[in-house]
Write a protein that binds this ligand. Sequence first.
Ligand SMILES: Cc1ncc(C[n+]2csc(CCOP(=O)(O)OP(=O)(O)O)c2C)c(N)n1
Ligand SMILES: [Mg+2]
Length: 592
Amino acid sequence: VSSAAVQTLWAELIAGSLADAGVRLCVISPGSRSTPLVAAIAREPRLSRVTLVDERAAAFYALGAARATGEPAALVCTSGTAAAHYLPAIIEASSAGVPLLALTADRPPELQACGASQTIDQIGLYGGFVRAALDLGAPVGSPEALRAVRRKVVQAVTLARGPAPGPVHLEVPLRKPLEPAAAESAAEHALARTAAALRGPALIAPPRLIADAGAVAQLAAAIASEPAGLIVAGALPPTSAARAAAYALAARAGYPIVAEASSQLRFGPRPRAAAVVDHFDLIPAAQLPAPRLMIELGGEPVAAAWAPWIARLMSGPRPPARWILAGATWRDPDSGARAVVLGDPADALTALLAQLELRGARSPEWSIAWAALDRAAGVAAGAALAAVPHNEVAVLEAALAALPEAAVIQLGNSLPIRTIDHARAPAASPAWRVIAQRGAAGIDGLVAAASGATRAGAPVLLVVGDVSFAHDLGGLLAARATAAPLAVLVVDNGGGQIFGGMPVARAGLGAAFDEHWITAPAVDPVAIAAALGLRGVRAATPAEVAAAVAAALRAPGAATTVIHAPVAPAGARDVRRAALELGAPGAGGGDP
Ligand SMILES: Cc1ncc(C[n+]2csc(CCOP(=O)(O)OP(=O)(O)O)c2C)c(N)n1
Ligand SMILES: [Mg+2]
């Protein structure tokens, strides 16, 4: 049996099975070949739908939603280049371990490799960036085929969730006629009963990657015999449960935590016994104490001071024993780890705490020394801020001070994710969750991803550079599909100013440097917002930024406000240099 009615059943089984497997959000881009699937999704009340014409923005939107909620989001598009636009977000999802499902409609086999319109070879399109690529095949009216479709949807959702969460590709060939048709013949009615019998809650059993018990025991023993330890926390998912365990380990072991904003450890209440270093990047290099043991959580730190410090420690006389707990990814870019322990960091820390037996209480001197350096760095930052006009650190401090309690902060790549750790958080800051695209560290898709992050229901502040904003102008269409207020804070320092701090800036390239590296986009974010029906505000001072952020995120509804904050091109660099010089009088500061 093969008919329009069978294809309709087939599509309904896919949509219903997605919902049975716990998927709640479908981000759909329009097209013809996907018609049966989209019609079925539109009739499935458990699936909420967002429509975005640009598949690239759609994929980043789904990425942001999945990252903020921890739940897989589904993408649906038509055949051809539509599917190719998913690639950048799929790469980020793969590198960062975010669950996604990409359902790409396609021509059936008889229309492949023959010049049929809008037909490309979609099998294997995402290469090694998906956890699995499952071809559902063209609809077949047999009970076996229906069971297989159901199985593949459940399989896809399971593999997207674990053991290494990430994207999964579902290829969905469909035949004309594409519009829904009701079962008529006896055979079609029999198949409809078969499909109905397959439905019901699906048991999704994603395996969890658990750190090896022997490795955890060895690390516990190493901690027990080493008082001079340091925890360094890079990017961790906003849904990670590692927070409490990391503080508990810091308190028990007497190890300070260098907490980057993306680690989820920088904001919110912390136990007094845990020393947390917020401004590692502003401590003069010569003053950094040398740890003997390091526990590195999550992603690679982004602080400019990190790589030169590690290089120095590793080539020094007593390199530290470095234990990397980064989840399911192998993270050791300088090949200097004592061990990379794969497994969920929260589980690993909990297991570690259970095994940790310290002989007596730790002397607090080591932690106190780090805490004193951090305090001095914060004071130096304050003084540097006051001395440098129109700098982005002041803009960030103002934005943080205006944030509502439940807010999510999404940090753009380039300078925002770095300067946030030069900013001082307000006293007793709420435990704001932080989203960062550190999987592949692209400056792409940030506006669309922040729009998707509102699906978690909390207001979102996106801090984004002016070039990154220009890169995702298409993503602003997604900012009309928010589920909570969104503030897009465009820190406009006149181009990609991260390059101004790199050696290329001093390579004598002249005008070519501005033309090919700085690339000031010269767009007016307020005018662009207005053209798209979004609110746009220019905020020339930190006080205006605070007012604009408060107004944007404390308002009821789910409106998006683009806040244009011009700052001095070298502001971020100048603040860091000044803070380092204040911290080390006469020493000439740290690394550029
Ligand atoms: C998709 C992508 N393209 C290019 C880059 C390289 N890149 C890194 S930072 C940057 C400039 C970013 O400028 P802006 O957003 O204004 O941030 P700023 O450096 O001024 O903080 C570029 C082009 C990248 N990381 N990702
Ligand atoms: Mg910039």
